[in-house]
Design a protein around this ligand. Sequence first.
Ligand code: HEC
Ligand code: HEC
Length: 158
Amino acid sequence: MKPILFALVLLAAGSSVSTAGADERFPPITNKTVLQECGDCHMAFQPQFLPKRSWVKMMAGLSDHFGEDASLDVAQVKEIEAYLTANAADVSRFREGRKMLRRVDSKWTPLRISELPRFRHEHDDRDVKRMLDRLKVKTMAACQACHRGATQGYFDDD
Ligand code: HEC
Ligand code: HEC
């Protein structure tokens, strides 16, 4: 959504969601293989949400990926892992990504964005609970159910 339109929508809704600058937009994924193969069962999550070690661990365990078989061939795994790790929260210079790592101990390798302390903090909110009920969202992994601009990197437009 264009910033001006976004501001108008917020005014109309009487919402208190902060109008984030363009620098808070998570960079949309540009790799086609990632979009295709990691966007099949859920949206393809932006790599800036997890540290490098998380993506390495996840890509090494695709045959049992949260109870699903998400196996890929070796070339695809290599390409996807290269993209995810090059843009990981602790590699990318993107500021919002760095913030996701707050209170994440370096000895911990989280596999879920939704278990990060910052994520939990941002979603421990009455609005989130209301949205869960109203939209009948079954899992916090369904980001785009609440954040309609999620695949485009917008998480402040609900
Ligand atoms: C065969 C289906 C399938 C494919 C393909 C798949 N996933 Fe998943 N993924 C899942 C399921 C199921 C979950 C758990 C969702 C839930 O808890 O609601 C999940 C969860 C995740 C989560 C954690 C979400 C959270 O709770 O924060 C991440 C990160 C993730 N997947 C990344 C990937 C990546 C990277 C790829 C591509 C290599 C991929 N997924 C491909 C099925 C899939
Ligand atoms: C049930 C609805 C719901 C789901 C599912 C959900 N969110 Fe959110 N999210 C919210 C709400 C509501 C806020 C608070 C918006 C505000 O007031 O700033 C929020 C805030 C955020 C923020 C902070 C935005 C800011 O203001 O800078 C980020 C980042 C975010 N969500 C990412 C995600 C990701 C990634 C997922 C999926 C793994 C996800 N969310 C799933 C409802 C949801």
